[in-house]
Design a protein around this ligand. Structure first.
Ligand code: BG6
Length: 475
């Protein structure tokens, strides 16, 4: 195994899942602040504003906001070269549509980035990770509204200018493609602040909102490069290969279409244009997405510098008996369990080779540097005195890193770095749980919101520390 000496070993989190301090320093309410705790298989409720008495796990999260110095010290002890987090848009623009930013919010990230840089840990920053200001949903209907392009690019410009000497690696929208892959209440809300009203066409609104985000992202890339030509501004997709359930060519056609549907955002963000099949789909469906000639120029001029992606699992699909001729059935695709793989406690299929498949797929298709910015195992951990023996997590990470090394060394994939998800236990985005743990650092807090918030190093902490020390050469 040989990783370059600049390989970015790191860890990843998102502001709303770990900061807490939901009203600190003048922060506004974000969409993450109106989502209650769900459970395994129980969706989170999206409430109409913050309702007293409901359990909103992101409000306190793990209180990184007040404990960032101690936590960054632990990241330094772990040996991280980079740390991926997001800026909570609602700390900088509490409502989202103000002309002037909130200085206290800007100052918080100054302090955080300075603290990281003190230990030579590079911040890797996502601009929008499921946490847009809630006011933009209530007053504008979320990303269905074109005005959000201006609000977002203004926000991007402010933070690019402020942190131009502290941050090099940026990403615009986290897992921007969830909304097409899932098209459920959660993904429409977390990606785009979309709440579908009776009689509205969810699919059309999803594509419109996505288009606005893609234009905003391409503008942000251009603004960022003007502010600092050395910025590396990337996309961020949720990935995983889609395998056909059988050798039946219909299943292969279905799997291929799903990959196209999951990854069309990559075509736009990396090649600067919509793929032919999707333009055709819009025309057949008579969908007026509002793509102007000026938008097309913006998309072309604002392609990304690298592809960031999350990888957790692969999927197996089957064509339905009544599969339409275009093989498009967003939100109704038949998933089949993969008999060759094991699953996490939450039913996510564990497929390390799928990571190598994914790295090759993106590398061949777009010929851009790649960055694995999320990968990890959500599991129940058990305390044994002051220790957590999470051999299962080590096993998961080790097998994925082995495949990543093969992709780099055998397949020639250009890979910038690897930041396992939830380097410290945090609130699950999908379920709002604390007990779905990804961290290498344990946080004493459970699903009921009880616990001292004390931090403990898991066995995986020491394992990853050793791996980074040897630059991935000793698994
Ligand atoms: C990705 C997100 O979807 O996966 C993270 O970018 C999220 O925000 C992670 O936490 C794991 O998902 P979950 O639902 O287990 O938290």
């Amino acid at each position: 195994m040989a990783f370059s000496k600049n390989f970015l070993w790191g860890g990843a989190v998102a502001a709303h899942q770990f900061e807490g301090g939901w009203q600190a320093g003048g922060k506004g309410v974000s969409i993450a602040d109106v989502m209650t705790a769900g459970a395994n298989g129980v969706p989170r409720e999206i409430t109409d504003g913050v309702i007293p008495g409901k359990n909103y796990p992101n409000h306190e999260a793990i209180d990184f906001y007040d404990r960032y110095k101690d936590d960054v010290k632990l990241f330094a002890e772990l040996g991280l070269k980079c740390f991926r987090t997001s800026i909570a848009w609602s700390r900088i623009f509490p409502q989202g549509d103000e002309a002037l930013p909130n200085e206290a919010g800007l100052a918080f990230y100054d302090k955080l980035f300075d603290e990281l840089l003190k230990y030579h840990i590079q911040p890797v920053i996502t601009l929008s990770h499921f946490e847009m200001p809630y006011h933009l949903v209530k007053a504008y209907g979320g990303w269905r509204n074109r005005k959000l392009i201006d609000f977002f690019t203004h926000y991007a410009e402010v933070v690019f200018k402020r942190y131009k000497d502290k941050v090099t690696y940026w990403m615009t929208f986290n897992e921007i493609n969830n909304q097409t892959s899932g098209m459920n209440d959660w993904s429409l809300f977390t990606n785009s602040g979309l709440q579908i009203q009776p009689g509205e066409n969810a699919e059309l609104l999803m594509y419109r909102a996505s288009h606005h985000e893609l234009v905003a992202s391409a503008l942000a890339v251009q603004i960022g490069h003007r502010i600092n030509p050395n910025f590396m501004i990337g996309s961020m997709f949720s990935t995983g290969p889609v395998y056909p359930a059988s050798p039946d060519p219909k299943d292969t056609m279905k799997a291929q279409r799903l990959m196209q549907a999951n990854c069309w955002y990559a075509d736009v963000q990396c090649k600067g244009k919509y793929p032919a099949w999707l333009k055709h789909y819009f025309a057949v469906k008579n969908y007026d997405i509002g793509i102007t000639l000026a938008d097309e120029d913006i998309l072309k001029a604002g392609t990304v510098d690298y592809i960031g992606f999350s990888y957790y699992a692969s999927h197996v699909v089957k064509a339905a008996a009544d599969e339409p001729a275009d093989y498009m059935t967003p939100g109704r695709d038949i998933e089949v369990k993969n008999p060759t793989l094991s699953r996490s406690d939450w039913g996510w299929e564990i497929d390390p080779i799928g990571l190598r498949v994914t790295l090759n797929w993106f590398s061949q298709r777009f010929d851009l540097p790649l960055f694995i910015v999320e990968n990890g195992l959500g599991a129940f951990d058990r305390l044994d005195g002051d220790r957590i023996h999470d051999g299962y997590r080590i096993d998961y990470l080790k097998k994925h890193i082995e495949q990543m090394a093969l992709a780099v060394n055998e397949d020639g994939v250009d890979l910038l770095g690897y930041t396992p998800w939830g380097i410290i236990d945090l609130v699950s985005a999908g379920t709002g749980q604390m007990d779905k743990r990804y961290g290498l650092i344990y946080v004493d807090k459970n699903d009921a919101g009880k616990g001292s918030l004390k931090r403990l190093k898991k066995d995986s902490f020491y394992w990853y520390q050793n791996l980074i020390r040897h630059n991935g050469n000793q698994l």
